[in-house]
Design a protein around this ligand. Sequence first.
Ligand code: FAD
Length: 480
Amino acid sequence: MSTPAVRSIEEPARKIPVSAEYDVLVVGGGPSGLTAALAAAEDGLRVGLIESRSFVGGNMTIGLPVLGFLGQKGNQIIDGLPQKFIDRLRNERDGASEHRPCPLHMGITLVEPEAVKTVALEMLTDAGVDVLFYTFFAGAIVESDTIRGIITESKSGRSAILAKVVIDCTGDADVAYQAGVPTEKGDGNGGMQPPTLMFCLGGVDTDKLRMSIANTPREARTYLTDFIPAEYFGQNHQFIVVGLRELMAKAKQERGLDIPNERTIIITGLKKGEVWINMTRVKGTDGTDARSLTNGEIEGRRQIDDIVTYLINYVPGFETAYFTKTAPFLGIRETRRIVGQYVLTQEDVLSCTHFDDAVAVASYPIDIHRPGDDGCTLIWCGDCYDIPYRSLVPNKVGNLLVAGRSISATHEAMGAIRVMATCMAMGEAAGRAAKISVRGNRAPAEIDVQELRRQQLERGVYLRNPDGTRASAPDHKVVV
Ligand SMILES: Cc1cc2nc3c(=O)[nH]c(=O)nc-3n(C[C@H](O)[C@H](O)[C@H](O)COP(=O)(O)OP(=O)(O)OC[C@H]3O[C@@H](n4cnc5c(N)ncnc54)[C@H](O)[C@@H]3O)c2cc1C
């Protein structure tokens, strides 16, 4: 059957106002956009940040723990601005836990979504970043293969924002894509990790949950958790449960529940009795397509009732649980990735590769919620790997940087670098690179990366020496 021709109309050309002009413009206020804007603004540049929603924080506001602060050897491998953010969350709002070791996720840092929104916004405004909410990136202004600004759509209509450097932190590489940067999507067949509509339950006895796992004899396999020994739950009151596969299979069989996931994933909240559930799974969703996103929201919401039925009737500690809320939006794991000056690969991740132009260190395993079935692939490298600056620099279009999950990486490497502490570390590097670019009047692709690394070290960023130890800042006066 042939596809019907897409109807179209001609949009007349029109003049639009230039609503703002910045040294550095950050598009998207998620984990990477937050730190990109803070780093770019650290010594007085004019920095703007646009965000389509009414708050900053991105996926850090949907009930997820921040992963990536601790490495596979147990040491902290992300510091600098991400750590400052967590400190302020914890000290001012009781909005973050310690970085807690976890055998499966290496380290988990629980955060309170509302505190994230408040503290992130306070840090941005304190730093002088001009934040504009309710404003959607709609197009790139490109002249001679160089981005000069963007076009936005909002209640105020269509307008232009000009900037010397633009940092794309949309997660979807929206800016890079519209500007003409080559991008890729998903695995070799276009399959992308499925999204999840997170939701929250109250009234959960999390001590009963964890002790029932800890005290279950080995042969009682219904409480088996993936990669996390049962004893761990006896010692930790903040945790993520991943597994309980047989319990869920039993529930599906006995009650005919429709849960398209093999695993139970429960994340304790910071508030007593509160847990976040990461179990809806909407295969085939394209996070860059409004119709597909809408269908994803509908299907994600549809799945919640059966998951709640399962939890309340089968999982210890949920007997008096009640549904409280869904996350503010469908969580998108994967969409576009740019093709940049270097494409980070699975081999780089698994061989713990060092790069001379490393601007961040990561350690999270390759963790792919497989697009084609209900399972997950997890592969650890045993230590850390570097993220090279070149993976933040797109091909073809100048004055543009990309940070966050859409950097230049393969589908497999993206499965590792996508966690939020790593995204914050990349954002910090991109923001500082943009600052150096503007101050030195050089394109981001031509800045002195060793100078960037020096500045990163001087600002407390974690980088590695070739022997794997933490690099320290050389005695060097910053001249920018
Ligand atoms: C269900 C799920 C579970 C996950 N679990 C974990 C976990 O447990 N721990 C962990 O650390 N990571 C987890 N991740 C991964 C992590 O959340 C993301 O990879 C990470 O948040 C990406 O950060 P980012 O800054 O690139 O993008 P995002 O967090 O997606 O932020 C992008 C921001 O840009 C804005 N934006 C997008 N497009 C536009 C536009 N056109 N105009 C204006 N603004 C725009 C968005 O509103 C958003 O605020 C999970 C992801 C999902 C979806």
